[in-house]
Design a protein around this ligand. Structure first.
Ligand code: NAP
Length: 454
């Protein structure tokens, strides 16, 4: 008899873990608190990055495997406890990602108009549990935006805010999001890096796209792309850094496009010190930084103020603890060794595993999660081999059936497929691939009306 495993989270790392486990003969139930699968592929990858989003077509095929089930609309920790999972499965693999945001820790951070990129992304991708700022209202008044952080999420946000309505029309963003973005009077978008261009964490392909938008000009001050010795060393060491600096240096010499709808300005060596405003954001104070002779980042004493009415804090995602599972508060991850969850004495807890962002922290591309999940599954299968895992006496119990019996509206693969069909039909009616259904009640209705969950 193959082992039975519960995977918690149906994003890329969860589905790659399910695939690797199923390859080894395991029966796998993939739990998700949302009624639809794919995690950050659906609710994180930028809607205009169609080729990256198409990874979901590959992930979707995993549901066709014998022995892999989607257990959607079930929240682990409330609808079902960790203890119940441990009793019903030989092993539990946590792959629930990093759904919160890191803080900037500057005065004014909580003023209306200071928002987390995680919120803006959740809104524009149509996350059904989105409860953040009312962007449909906020964006009607926003002319100038500062996006803090120079990672790929920051670049996604700058691009989505700077693209013309025509450039976004083909995406699967909900219709109200497209209408709000099209009507937003955004004219200035600032991208803010606290260190230099050689230390930015965005990748060159993503950066270059900002310079290729239909109706947006890009600008960077030549002083910001001058390399000091610390940055020269960084460029010599990293091809990505060298390519990024090359693109930005070209921007510094570009002929301005004053007539473009949006002006994008990249700022480097600019550390936010304060978000300014009485009742809402009116500006961002920045201090000019520099590397000293030891390569440490220091304040030069120069201050600058940007007049902005929206600040998007894009300084990284952060994982959240799950009751009953060890958690490293300082890093926002589940402590592990080779994917085996560790207790307070650094001893592996038999039957508990972790993969993806909640294991490594929020970094890497989608493919990184495959390698990560495969490593974890390798450890799990070693533990099966050595007899640590796989001793559960099978009493024929099916936790998913028990959840149904308790009245939990579990969404299975047929329910997801029903949603998928409707989203594609709505897309086809508008000449595009899909329109995301963002309302949880509607998702549930679509998922359950013709397909009692299986
Ligand atoms: P990230 O790459 O870690 O970038 C975070 C940025 O925030 C860095 O520039 C960091 O600067 C800055 N930062 C952190 N604390 C700050 C502070 N207190 N003040 C000012 N700046 C601060 O994170 P991310 O952009 O959220 O992306 C997460 C992961 O998803 C990354 O691996 C990314 O590549 C991936 N992703 C990929 C794509 C794609 O492939 N198209 C798209 C989106 C996301 P320092 O370096 O100075 O700390």
């Amino acid at each position: 008899m193959g082992i039975k495993v519960a995977v918690v989270g149906s994003g890329p790392s969860g589905l790659y873990a399910a695939e690797a486990l199923n390859d080894q003969g395991a029966v796998v139930d993939v739990f998700d608190k949302l009624p639809v699968p794919f995690g950050l592929v659906r609710y994180g990858v930028a809607p205009d990055h169609l080729s990256i989003r198409s990874v979901r077509n590959t992930l979707d095929r995993i549901w066709d495997r014998e022995g892999v089930r989607f257990v959607g609309n079930v929240e682990v920790g409330s609808d079902v406890t960790i203890e119940e999972l441990r009793a019903a499965y030989d092993a539990v693999v946590f792959t629930y990602g990093a759904s919160s945001d890191r803080r900037l820790a500057v005065p004014g951070e909580d003023l209306p108009g200071s928002v987390a990129a995680t919120d803006l992304v959740a809104w524009y991708t149509g996350h059904p549990d989105y409860r953040g700022p009312d962007f449909d209202d906020l964006l009607r008044r926003v002319r100038s935006v500062a996006v803090v952080g120079v990672g790929n999420v920051a670049v996604d946000v700058v691009r989505v805010l700077s693209k013309s309505p025509e450039e976004l029309a083909h995406t699967d963003m909900p219709e109200h999001v497209l209408a709000t973005l099209a009507a937003a009077p955004v004219a200035q978008v600032h991208l803010i890096g606290r260190r230099g261009p050689a230390q930015a964490s965005f990748t060159t392909k993503e950066l270059k796209e900002l310079g290729e938008l239909a109706d947006a000009g890009v600008f960077v001050s030549p002083a910001d792309v001058e390399l000091d010795s610390t940055s020269e060393a960084a460029v010599a060491e990293s091809k990505v850094a060298a390519r990024n600096v090359k693109v930005l240096s070209e921007w510094a010499e570009r002929v301005p496009r004053p007539d473009a709808r949006v002006q994008i300005t990249a700022h480097f060596f600019a550390r936010p010190t304060q978000i300014i405003g009485d009742n809402e954001v009116t500006g961002l104070e920045l201090e000019r930084t520099a590397f000293d002779s030891d390569g440490s980042l220091v304040d030069t004493g120069e201050r600058e103020r940007l007049d902005v009415d929206l600040i998007v804090r894009s300084v990284g995602y952060r994982g959240l603890a799950l009751t009953g599972v060890p958690f490293d508060e300082s890093r926002g991850v589940i402590p592990h060794r080779d994917g085996r969850v560790l207790d307070g004495t650094n001893t592996p807890i038999a039957g508990l595993y972790v993969a993806g962002w909640i294991k490594r922290g929020p970094s890497g591309i989608i493919g990184t999660n495959k390698k990560c999940a495969v490593q974890t599954v390798g450890s799990l299968m070693e533990d099966v081999e050595s007899g640590v895992v796989g001793n559960r006496s099978d009493n024929g119990r099916d936790l998913v059936e028990e959840l149904h019996a308790r009245g939990v509206a579990v969404v299975g693969v047929p329910g997801w497929r029903a949603v998928d069909r409707v989203e594609q039909q709505r897309g086809a009616a508008l000449g595009k691939e899909r329109v995301t259904v963002h309302d949880r009640a509607e998702l549930l209705e679509l998922a359950t009306q013709s397909h009692p969950a299986t």
